[in-house]
Structures are given as structure tokens and as C-alpha cells.
Write a protein that binds this ligand. Structure first.
Ligand code: NDP
Length: 256
């Protein structure tokens, strides 16, 4: 059933070698898309590409530090040449965090989080726009965070970048609807990935997370990638400008 397939579609997933990005690459490839991805660690990237190829998935990729404007442009040039100047799907997944009280952040830390989380996804949307438009059927998904909707103990800069991505979702959804580009956003709560591994290994911290979560556990990367893939399907053709939480019920739970 073509409503539930991504066969014939092309996708760029940033940061695909671990965590949510990795699960998203696999999910999109399993549903039939040709996927391009990137990360900073060449060895890990090549290993992943080999694994995917042996699983029969159509995934290619290149090293790119998404926080570098120049490298983002080079990445989109590669994507454009691999996919014939067209792209159906852009997943803005790369993100980082430094957790501190607001008064302790240095100017360097501020700009590093801003650049990696917000500048990179904003610029990649700009760069991808002509390709998404040329495909005739484009879809952008931001991986934001519940930290962009409510206060968490994850730091105010991270929250600000994710809040900005949430608003960008709405602006671009309206601005680019005429180009048949849908723009949606997935906002996860704690998901078991390398980003938060040390945090979740701290029993006290994990207990706190679990106590706030109606489903009583952190999430799995595949529980995020399933929604990301859904939002890119023809079945989701009338969904745009939405922020969907994947949070085990955390954000609707006012009382622990
Ligand atoms: P991970 O750190 O586990 O994985 C990040 C992936 O992105 C890796 O493949 C990493 O490879 C790559 N990456 C990181 N920085 C860059 C960069 N500058 N340029 C290119 N690639 C990069 O993170 P998660 O999967 O946990 O997070 C993915 C997204 O989900 C982020 O935006 C995060 O904010 C968001 N999120 C995560 C939550 C969680 O609990 N895990 C909760 C809410 C949101 P390499 O390091 O080799 O570059």
C-alpha cells in the first residue's frame, strides 16, 4: 500500500550513526527510502554504512560537522548530486547539550549549543529548500525536545534552541506549504541514547525521570523513529506545522 511506503523517496538524516538518528535511518530505509546521513566520526560512519549495506538498505553518507556552515553547504552539494537535485525528506536530528545553571555558561558554550542545535537545522532547511521543492513532495522533521515546551533540568540554552525549533516548525509549515513541503516536529523526553547514557546510569536521576513519566520508563530510539517515519509518509499528507511529544505522557502529567 503506497500510503504506508516510502519507496522511491530520498531522505537526509543528520547524525545517523547513533541514537535517534540511527533508528531513523533504519526506519526510513526499511520503509523503502534511499537515505543519506552524516556524522563527525568517520570510522563509526563507515562501520554503520557497511552494516546497512549488508542488511540490504540503501544508505550512503559522508563525514560532516553540522555545526560548520561550510560543511553544511558541502553536505547539501553531495546530497544534491547523489539524489539528482531533489530531496523528499530532511530530518534535522543533530543536537547536543551542556547542562549547567544559567549563570555558569560561558560565551563559547552558549554559541556551541546554539550553533549545533539551531543554526545547523535552520541553515540545512534553507539549503534543502530548492531540493525539497523540486521533488514535488517534501517533508521536514525537526527532532526538538520536550525541553522546548516545558522547563526541565536540562539547561536553559538547550531549552531555548528547542523552543526555537518548535516555532520554526510552524513558520516554515506555513511559508513553504505552497511548495508542497510539510514541516513537523518530534519532541522526545528521555530516550536511551549515548547523549544521555551517563545521566540515566545515575540511579537517583533515572528514578526522578521515571517518577515524572506515566509510562514509568525512558523511551527507546525506535519509539521516536516510528513517529518520524509516519510524519514523512503519504498517509500523513495533511499533517503540517505540528509538534508531537514522544514522552510516555510526561508533559501531560502535572503531578508526579
Ligand atoms: P546521540 O548523541 O546519541 O547521537 C547523536 C548523533 O548525531 C551521532 O550519530 C553523532 O555522531 C551525531 N552528531 C552529533 N553532533 C554532530 C555534529 N555536530 N555534526 C554531525 N553529526 C553530529 O544523540 P540522540 O540520538 O540522543 O539525540 C538526537 C537528537 O534528539 C538531538 O537533537 C537531541 O537533542 C534530541 N533529543 C534527545 C533526547 C534523549 O533523551 N536522547 C531527548 C530529547 C531530544 P558524531 O558524534 O560522531 O558526530
Amino acid at each position: 500500500n503506497s500510503r504506508w511506503s516510502l519507496a522511491g523517496m530520498t531522505a537526509l538524516v543528520t547524525g545517523g550513526t547513533r541514537g535517534i538518528g540511527y533508528a531513523t535511518v533504519e526506519e526510513l530505509a526499511e520503509m523503502g527510502a534511499a537515505v543519506y546521513t552524516c556524522s563527525r566520526n568517520e570510522e563509526e560512519l563507515n562501520q554503520r554504512l557497511q552494516e546497512w549495506s549488508s542488511k540490504g538498505f540503501n544508505v550512503s553518507g559522508a563525514v560532516c560537522d553540522a555545526s560548520s556552515r561550510e560543511q553544511r553547504s558541502q553536505l547539501m552539494d553531495k546530497v544534491s548530486s547523489v539524489f539528482g537535485a531533489k530531496l523528499n525528506i530532511l530530518i534535522n536530528n543533530v543536537g547536543t547539550n551542556i547542562r549547567k545553571p544559567t549563570v555558569d555558561y560561558t560565551a563559547e558554550e552558549y554559541s556551541s549549543i546554539m550553533t549545533t542545535n539551531l543554526d545547523s537545522s535552520y541553515h540545512l532547511c534553507q539549503l534543502a529548500h530548492p531540493l525539497l521543492k523540486a521533488s514535488g513532495k517534501g517533508s521536514i522533521v525537526f527532532i526538538s525536545s520536550v525541553a522546548g515546551l516545558v522547563h526541565l533540568f536540562s539547561g536553559s540554552i538547550y531549552g531555548a534552541t528547542k523552543g526555537a525549533m518548535n516555532q520554526l516548525t510552524k513558520n516554515l509549515a506555513c511559508e513553504w506549504a505552497k511548495d508542497n513541503i510539510r514541516v513537523n516536529c518530534v519532541a522526545p523526553w528521555y530516550i536511551k541514547t549515548s547523549l544521555v547514557k551517563t545521566l540515566l546510569e545515575n540511579k537517583e536521576f533515572l528514578d526522578h525521570v521515571v517518577s515524572r513519566t506515566p509510562l514509568k520508563r525512558p523511551g527507546e530510539p525506535q519509539e521516536v523513529s516510528s513517529l518520524v517515519a509516519f510524519l514523512c509518509l503519504p498517509a500523513a499528507a495533511y499533517i503540517t506545522g505540528q509538534i508531537v511529544c514522544v514522552d510516555g505522557g510526561m508533559t501531560v502529567n502535572a503531578f508526579p
